[in-house]
Design a protein around this ligand. Structure first.
Ligand code: FCB
Length: 445
């Protein structure tokens, strides 16, 4: 679909942004009173990060805040999604607050306000204070209460300048990749622990939403969930059942409790003895109404009863992560959410979408990333189509503002619309950044 037509398909109050997270860009890992998070500690284990890198410097955003705020403003976006590093503002995860760390976020939200850019803050984008991990981490129910205190403390200090607060980013990743597969911090491999962690994350979400409302929240409150478009490998009953179970474990495990107050029965049955301990009243807390849902979407997943999913053999073009490029899957997924939850589904923001591509920078660091432009444009078109079909779409954020630390993949996978030269930390907008700016100019808002 031509750009010309696309920008007309979004209303003037639509939210357009770019997204980042604290650990992936900030650096300054041990400055101004910041304590270790579980990702600082995880990166020190040999062999867990592809290029043996860490977040010590990252994009050095902590020291380049003003320059980066100008960069964000130059794109013409009206929103910026970032996360707060808990271990920077409350180093032990409980008790004392760290004023120098808080000052960084005060400068960030004030700088956004001065530039007329709405602040979308995520409270937890995976960097738990290590001190809390040593007391059991998310496997301990008490961590949910520590999270509520942290959320209330942030709202008291920054809340008046936040347009939106997300409690969690992608609890599926925290539970499954961090505690079942062990490829992300804290590196635990135990399905029962992962299930309990997922419940405590959801519980902490519901408790925090209730507490922030009781404290007089002015920001919109929500949660960010990651979904793949799940398809069955064939129409055989066995493959259809495999797809339904995969969808129950990855998507509905999170969205059913939030919007219906229950875990999907087939996932509970499949977990058997590994199912989480749920106390009476927990699910009522988790289903506390929210003001918006954030959806992170990158790819699809094909479920088969007989063979593992092989993205490379599935037939669609792949990104540098090896993820299939499937924009219409985003429309299907959003329509499925509307079909499943109806009026309980609040306005939806795509809080992350984008691609890693093998960018080639010329001598002046210019990157002509036509593949990323096509990816972003086709997914924006998929969002417009979902809105046409009745899904309450409210916003779209590109992942990511700039190349950054891509977790276990290190710095080799580049998701930015702005190139970062890690030797000099110089930022250079890629062709996709120019495309996004021109698209937003045409839309006009
Ligand atoms: C998501 C994460 C984000 C980024 C993208 C590529 O799962 O939320 O931090 O790493 O994937």
């Amino acid at each position: 679909m031509p750009t010309q037509a696309l920008h007309h398909q979004f209303p003037p109050d639509f939210t357009w942004g770019v997204a980042t997270s604290s650990f992936q860009i900030e650096g300054a890992a041990r400055e101004d009173g910041k304590a270790d998070s579980i990702w600082d500690v995880f990166c020190r284990q040999p062999g867990v990060i592809a290029d043996a890198s860490n977040g010590d410097v990252a994009c050095d955003h902590y020291h380049r805040l003003e320059e980066d705020l100008d960069l964000i403003a130059s794109l013409g976006v009206n929103a910026y999604r970032f996360s707060i590093a808990w271990a920077r503002v409350q180093p032990q995860g409980r008790g004392a607050w760290n004023e120098p760390g808080l000052d960084f976020y005060r400068r960030l939200v004030d700088g956004l306000a001065r530039r007329n850019i709405r602040a979308f803050a995520t409270l937890y984008h995976w960097d738990l204070p290590q001190a809390l991990q040593e007391q059991g981490g998310w496997a301990a129910r008490d961590t949910a209460h520590r999270f509520v205190d942290y959320a209330r403390g942030i709202q008291a200090r920054l809340g008046d300048r936040l347009h939106a607060i997300a409690t969690h980013n992608e609890p599926w990743v925290v539970a499954t990749l961090g505690h079942e597969k062990g490829i992300f911090a804290p590196g635990i491999k135990d399905r029962a622990v992962a299930a309990q962690v997922s419940h405590h994350l959801l519980l902490s979400h519901g408790l925090a939403v209730q507490a922030l409302r009781a404290d007089g929240a002015t920001a919109r409150l929500g949660i960010v969930l990651n979904f793949a478009a799940t398809q069955a490998a064939s129409d055989s009953p066995a493959d259809l059942a495999a797809a339904r179970l995969a969808d129950a474990h990855s998507r509905r495990w999170y969205s059913d409790p939030v919007f219906k107050g229950s875990y999907p029965a087939e996932a509970l049955a499949d977990l058997g003895a590994d199912a989480p301990r749920v106390e009476p009243g927990d699910l009522d807390i988790i289903r506390t109404p929210i003001d918006y849902l954030g959806v992170n979407y990158y790819t699809r997943y094909i479920a088969s009863a007989t063979r593992p999913y092989d993205a490379a053999a599935a037939g669609l073009p792949l990104t540098d992560m090896g993820w299939e490029i499937h924009p219409t899957g985003l429309t299907d997924l959003l329509c499925q959410m509307k079909a499943d939850y109806g009026d309980a589904l609040p306005p939806v923001h795509i809080t992350e979408n984008g691609g890693a591509f093998p960018d080639h920078a010329d001598a002046s660091h210019r990157v002509d990333d036509q593949d990323r432009i096509a990816y972003v444009r086709d997914h924006i078109a998929a969002v417009a189509e979902a809105a046409r079909r009745g899904v309450p779409m409210a916003g779209y954020f590109v992942w990511s503002l700039m190349d950054n630390f891509e977790w276990a993949s290190g710095y080799a996978k580049r998701f930015g619309i702005v190139h970062v030269d890690y030797a000099t930390l110089r930022r250079t907008p890629k062709a996709s950044a120019h495309w996004y700016r021109d698209f937003l100019r045409q839309w006009g808002g």
